[in-house]
Design a protein. Structure first.
Lengths: 181, 93, 187
């Protein structure tokens, strides 16, 4: 009987160890993601260095579900650059191309106008009411790099949260492999 | 799949994927077709999956040789304490 | 590597890692393409030059654009399936590499150290179309911030922006100078 009890004890302790190690693995995944994210923020100088395109207004350049890497540098904005900007009162930032720049030398005031490549008209109607020009302070960064389709994971996870939990579960059981490679 | 088979499978998986990716990249660059590169690589991944994922007989050529029970009985049984220690060790492995 | 699922997972993760690496190398290979684009823009005439009610100068002009940008295409240039609803005037082939070109006027005024105003843009849809000649009016309005355009010297700059299939986007430009807006308002 003592032998069986010992065995049961050892199985029990193994289970706890397994669970603990799984928890640590999960923690490692989350913290690795956080480290990469924060490091990217430092390197690119942009508040959100990786964004997912949600609309088709930049077709054929960017499609819904594409991932953009943003960079924010001291260099002034110029016509032709693709920028991501925030509009007051709108929760989702917009990615469009700069088509007009008016830059004052002494006051440092910059007026920018943007337009989506697939839109027939410029963005004045998208800006806050009464705002004719975009200010550099509203711009989160320039798009410098591009990966197609990879953003669909995020779109699906945001729109169907249940898949997020399924994915976290799958990550948990396969965690070691993700870290290994 | 036995121990040797697992080692072989992992090694082959890495070699095959690397060879296919290098081949796909070279072909794609030379003929100037990104699509061709992706197709060759996709084929390579499929082939690698076919070779290394299922439990093929050639991964089971080195079965573990357990001690024959009659062989074990010939030798005197060691102390109880020692047995339990051994068990823990083997279960950890 | 002891179970079916574990091996399938290992193959998938390793394959995806290598795929990312391949895309990075493909993007890097674009650096070995040294394009030799050429372009020329002539202004055929000024169709109108007026002062708008709230005091801003507006110019309307017609220009000839001649350009050969064929060397900008690489194997990593993004392609897309043309569809008529986008209204780009697609050629019949299905997958087309493309890039974006636009012409901007650049000038200096007492108030602003730099003004850039886009006048025309287009999406080049096929390698054959990258060598083109077009006569066009300005597609977007050429309006100054103020009334400084009389007799103003300005540059016309042809910009292009090439999207990769994956990786780093790249953009460059050709500056053409020596253009001048008429001395007098026409209306």
């Amino acid at each position: 009987m003592g032998w069986i009890a010992e065995h049961v004890e050892s199985i029990k302790s193994m289970k706890i160890r397994d669970t603990l190690s799984q928890l640590i693995t999960l923690g490692m995944i989350v913290s690795t993601a956080l480290i990469i994210w924060k490091a990217l923020m430092c390197l690119t100088g942009s508040e959100s260095p990786v964004v997912v395109v949600l609309s088709g207004s930049m077709e054929p350049g960017f499609k819904r579900g594409d991932i953009l890497f943003l960079h924010m540098s001291e260099a002034p904005f110029r016509a032709g650059e693709i920028v991501v900007y925030n509009v007051e009162g709108k929760p989702i930032p917009i990615v469009h191309r700069v088509i007009e720049v008016h830059e004052q030398e002494n006051s440092g005031k910059v007026d920018i106008l943007t337009k989506g490549d697939a839109n027939p008209v410029d963005d004045r109607s998208l800006y806050a009411y009464g705002q004719n020009w975009l200010k550099p302070q509203q711009i989160m960064g320039r798009a410098v790099g591009f990966v197609p389709y990879a953003g669909w994971v995020t779109i699906i996870m945001t729109e169907k949260p249940i898949i997020k939990y399924m994915l976290v579960g799958a990550l948990d059981s396969a965690g070691e492999t993700y870290l290994l490679f | 799949m036995d121990w040797q088979g697992q080692k072989q499978a992992e090694l082959w998986m890495q070699i095959l994927l690397l060879v296919f990716s290098v081949g796909a990249l070279a072909t794609g660059y030379i003929i100037g077709s990104f699509r061709m590169m992706m197709l060759i690589y996709a084929g390579g991944v499929f082939f690698t999956t076919l070779v290394t994922v299922p439990n093929w007989p050639f991964f089971n050529r080195h079965p573990l040789k357990w001690l024959d029970p009659s062989e074990a009985e010939k030798h005197p049984k060691p102390q109880k304490a020692v047995v339990s220690k051994d068990k823990k060790k083997s279960s950890k492995k | 590597m002891h179970s079916f699922g574990y091996r399938a997972n290992a193959v998938l993760t390793f394959a995806l890692t290598i795929l990312a690496l391949m895309c990075a190398i493909a993007s890097f290979s674009d650096n070995f393409n040294f394009p030799s684009p050429s372009a020329e823009i002539q202004i055929v005439g000024f169709n109108g030059f007026k002062k708008k009610p709230h005091g801003n100068d507006e110019v309307s002009l017609t220009m000839n654009i001649t350009a050969d940008l064929q060397s900008l295409f690489t194997w990593n240039t993004k392609q897309f399936i043309c569809s008529d609803k986008l209204g780009f005037g697609c050629p019949m082939t299905i997958w087309n590499p493309f890039f974006f070109v636009f012409v901007a006027a650049e000038y200096e005024t007492p108030q602003n150290s730099l003004n850039q105003v886009s006048l025309w843009d287009a999406i080049i849809l096929a390698k054959e179309h990258a060598k083109f000649w077009i006569q066009t009016k300005n597609k977007y309005r050429f309006v100054d911030q103020g009334s400084n355009l009389r007799g103003k010297d300005f540059n016309l700059t042809l910009h292009w922006h090439v999207m990769p299939k994956t990786g780093k986007m790249f953009a460059d430009k050709l500056v053409m100078s020596g253009f001048r807006i008429p001395e007098e308002h026409s209306v």
